[in-house]
Write a protein that binds this ligand. Structure first.
Ligand SMILES: O=C[C@H](O)COP(=O)(O)O
Length: 249
């Protein structure tokens, strides 16, 4: 049985009171399952609430949705990896498609953020994915592999091997359009092969999650795909009952 990661990215939703109610419902109803970890990426202002809720649970962990690449300094509005680590975060999303395509984050910036996460002892979850026009132009694998290589450039093999990757086709995020299991299989296999090329056998154990309109109806078909080691879920992770159904898949 493969080991799975279910990650909830709440994006810019769930104020502390909402997060507290969600976590109360979730932790009361979800019993640890040996084959899976559940990760929460709340907005930074609600991280402390989620941290408090998972304190006694080894199967539940929290992270942040973004970090800055500098460790500290005059960067108003930013959160460094070390600040996030100090607040208890164990993971950071890096290069999420909204960071890349809404905020103009570049491959070089994702690389600096991965390095900052590693310095701070946070696990980076590097997100990659193609836009619709790139898919239609047959560039899906080129784009995803470029983003993967660039994000991990200069990062030592041990830290690449202990990172996570998420494949999120941009055209499938928040649109209700999901990649088919065959679409996901092709990209995940290519990412896996590249990770193995980069770090050897250990690349075979790097979790590669799929994200993009995942819900309780399509999750089982996606996690059944070889090299899909879990899911990164936005909209469907905002409702505790729906999230419970997904993580129990
Ligand atoms: O990080 C999550 C992804 O952006 C997917 O979001 P979604 O499940 O709302 O499509």
């Amino acid at each position: 049985m493969k080991s799975l990661v279910f990650a909830a990215n709440w994006k810019m939703n769930q104020a502390p009171a909402d997060a507290e109610a969600f976590m109360r419902t979730f932790t009361a109803q979800y019993a640890k399952q040996q084959d899976r970890r559940v990760l929460f990426f709340p907005p930074a202002v609600s991280l402390h609430v989620c941290m408090a809720a998972v304190r006694t649970r080894s199967d539940l962990e929290c992270g942040v949705q973004n970090i800055h690449w500098e460790d500290k300094g005059a960067f108003t509005g930013e959160t460094s990896a070390s600040l996030a680590r100090g607040a208890g975060a164990r993971h950071a999303l890096i290069g999420h498609s909204e960071r890349r395509h809404v905020f103009g984050e570049t491959d070089a910036e994702t690389n600096k953020k991965v390095a900052a996460a590693v310095r701070a002892g946070i696990t980076p979850m590097l997100c990659v994915g193609e836009k619709l026009e790139e898919r239609e132009a047959g560039k899906t694998l080129d784009v995803c592999l470029r983003q993967l290589r660039a994000g991990f450039e200069g990062i030592d093999a041990a830290h690449v091997a202990s990172a996570m990757v998420a494949y999120e086709p941009v055209w499938a995020i928040g649109t209700g359009k999901t990649a088919t299991p065959a679409d996901a299989a092709e990209v995940h296999a290519a990412l896996r092969a590249e990770l193995v090329r980069m770090v050897g056998e250990r690349g075979g154990a790097v979790p590669i999650l799929y994200g993009g309109s995942v819900n309780r109806s399509n999750v089982e078909a996606l996690i059944a795909v070889e090299d899909v080691d879990g899911v990164l879920v936005g909209g469907a992770s905002l409702d505790a009952e729906q999230w419970l159904a997904i993580v129990r898949s």
